[in-house]
Design a protein around this ligand. Structure first.
Ligand code: ATP
Ligand code: MG
Length: 568
């Protein structure tokens, strides 16, 4: 169900938190955490988890949220990712304050806990190679087989584990495993690996370690060390919860957080996995992690999304236990709603067609009044220049207009927004190509401001710019990154990259925009009347020469979907 955006966020996890605070379950404390692995940039799915965990901390006085980098896999992680993750969380409006942690800070403690498991005969060093391990593991319908190394003595295990730590054993030859139950119907409980050998320098601990803890072990122990009360994660960890609890029970930790699962965010027309996004970046299918077509937070930011629009979107879809895929049109709808309120209106022509007003004096120039935002009178008005030679949009003229095309055509009169009525008198074409290169029009001086004193009406109002006053610049138009709602579907035996939309980026290099935009600053957002919302690109713009990204068009497909649903 889609919630209205004015109501405060509420969901089953927030209800548990509020109830626990009421009953003083954790001594009146609530501690959540957001635990990203720094192996890529965050995407909008992560924003769901961030807004839940940090949101709970913001909404409740006695709650805090930790930011913990889950940096246990040195071969895939990097400081670049750590920095980008921090920037994205701040941009979403959250602050971890003093609560910034790294799982690597706990490597000593985690090692000690692993030794304790060995001493309690709950862990053993196993020499099976990965292929054998898979074979011994069994399947969903068949129990696994016990490893021949399972009966090693505590002393031998302690010695071997120490030697793993000392670097005496090569990558992949030995692992430390929990001793649980090879016949468990839950595959996660069939003696899962706790530590493996990885002889790669770590971005923080450098070469101190050559054994690294596995997620299922390090995660619950880290949660417990930090005194987390509610460990919120996505549904794929539901089957891991018994293991989460097993480790903490066996180690008899003082703090035993409650793991709560919720459905991850899936969106149509995009992919939501760091591994796949990395593939797009590395394969050069997009221009980096912050390409405006990417579902990454940095991509959405560069595209022109506001934090408010993302918060609103997440509030509307809510938190539940039911897996679903959200229509990307809803995200775009929330964006339009927000930009409609904050974006000043301007005029710009993307594909210019020259118009000469034959009865307008050659040297005359006028300053006409234009409204900055009809939604917000406080945003005031501005002056826009008008002169004899103008540009209009090529699409706003048809030489042989079909029924229902009400814009300019030979002999037709239309309104120029904030200016005059003009009538097309003559169409000039290139002698060789036959291409239309200019329209000769007349204007009616009596219609200044957009209405005729004799009461005659026109059927269309179009946007325009004064040719000699324009900013000529580049504008990029974006479409969905993929050509199908579910690019990762395996139904068609295609790789997700086979579904990349070849038309997802269109670069227009000779757009003509109204002169006020010469001063536009990186990141600023505007509505180009009739065309959509645009923002100044933060990377490719130079001082006095802004380049624009179309954030979203004005066509609201979500509103249409809803209307159709109501009717149906
Ligand atoms: P990916 O599958 O994209 O690689 P991940 O889960 O491996 O993501 P982590 O860095 O481990 O990435 O994720 C940090 C947190 O964000 C986890 O708690 C995870 O559950 C949550 N998260 C990741 N993807 C989503 C999503 N699509 N919707 C909601 N939460 C998500
Ligand atoms: Mg992960």
């Amino acid at each position: 169900m889609i919630r209205s955006d004015s109501a405060p966020a509420s969901d089953f996890i927030r209800s548990i938190v509020i109830q626990d605070l009421k009953t003083n379950k954790h001594g009146g404390r609530v501690v959540t955490r957001f635990p990203p692995e720094p192996n890529g940039y965050l995407h909008i799915g992560h924003a769901k988890s961030i807004c839940l965990n940090f949101g709970i901390a913001t909404e409740n006085k006695s709650a805090v949220c930790h930011l913990r980098f889950d940096d246990t896999n040195p071969s895939k992680e990097d400081v670049e990712y750590v920095e980008s993750i921090k920037e994205d969380i701040k941009w979403l409006g959250f602050d971890w304050g003093e609560h910034l942690y790294y799982t690597s800070d706990y490597f000593d403690k985690l090692y000690e806990y692993a030794v304790q498991l060995i001493k309690n005969s709950k862990a053993y060093v196993c020499d099976l190679i990965p292929d054998e391990m898979r074979e011994y593991r069994g399947t969903l319908t068949e129990p696994g087989k016990e490893s021949p190394y399972r009966k090693r003595s505590v002393e031998e295990n302690l010695d071997l584990f120490k030697r793993m730590k000392a670097g005496e054993i090569e990558n992949g030859l030995r692992v430390l495993r929990a001793k649980i139950d090879m016949a468990s119907p839950n595959l996660n409980m069939r003696d899962p690996v706790i530590y493996r050998i990885v002889k790669t320098a770590h971005h923080r601990t450098e070469n101190k370690w050559c054994i690294y803890p596995m997620y299922d072990f390090s995660h619950c122990v880290s949660d417990s060390i930090e005194g987390i009360t509610h460990s919120n994660c996505t549904l794929e960890f539901e089957d891991h919860r018994p293991l989460y609890d097993w480790f903490l029970d066996e180690l008899n930790t003082e703090c035993h957080p409650q793991q709560i699962e919720f459905a991850r965010l899936n969106l149509t027309y995009t992919v939501m996995s760091k591994r796949k996004l990395l593939e797009l970046v590395e394969g050069g299918h997009v221009n980096g992690w912050d390409d405006p077509r990417m579902p990454t937070i940095s991509g959405l930011r560069r595209r022109g999304y506001t934090p408010e629009s993302i918060h609103n979107f997440l509030k509307r879809i809510g938190i539940s236990k039911k897996e679903s895929t959200v229509d990307i049109a809803l995200l775009e709808h929330c964006l339009r709603e927000d930009l409609n309120k904050r974006a000043p209106r301007v005029m710009g022509v993307l594909k210019p067609l020259k118009v000469v007003i034959t009865n307008y004096p050659d040297d005359k120039e006028e300053e006409l009044d234009a409204i900055n935002n009809p939604e917000d009178p406080n945003m005031g008005t501005r002056k826009i220049p008008f002169s004899k030679v103008l540009y209009i949009e090529q699409d706003d003229f048809m030489e042989d207009p079909p029924k229902k095309f009400y814009r300019l055509g030979p002999g037709r009169e239309i309104r120029l927004r904030y200016a005059y009525f003009i009538k097309c008198e003559e169409v000039i074409k290139d002698k060789h190509t036959g291409e239309i290169i200019e329209l000769r029009c007349t204007y009616d001086p009596e219609t200044k401001g957009g209405s005729a004193p004799d009461g005659r009406k026109v059927k269309a109002t179009i946007h325009w710019v004064s040719a000699k006053h324009t900013l000529e610049t580049e504008v990029r138009l974006y479409d969905h990154l993929f050509d199908t709602p579910n690019p990762t579907s395996t139904d068609d035996n295609k790789n997700f990259k086979d579904h990349l939309n070849p038309g997802s980026l269109e670069i227009l290099r000779s757009c003509r925009l109204e002169p006020s935009l010469k001063e536009a600053k990186p990141g600023e957002k505007y509505q180009f009347e009739r065309l959509g919302y645009f923002c100044v690109d933060t990377i490719d713009s130079a001082h006095g020469h802004p380049v624009f990204n179309r954030t979203v068009s004005l066509r609201d497909t979500w509103a249409k979907i809803q209307k159709a649903q109501k009717k149906g």
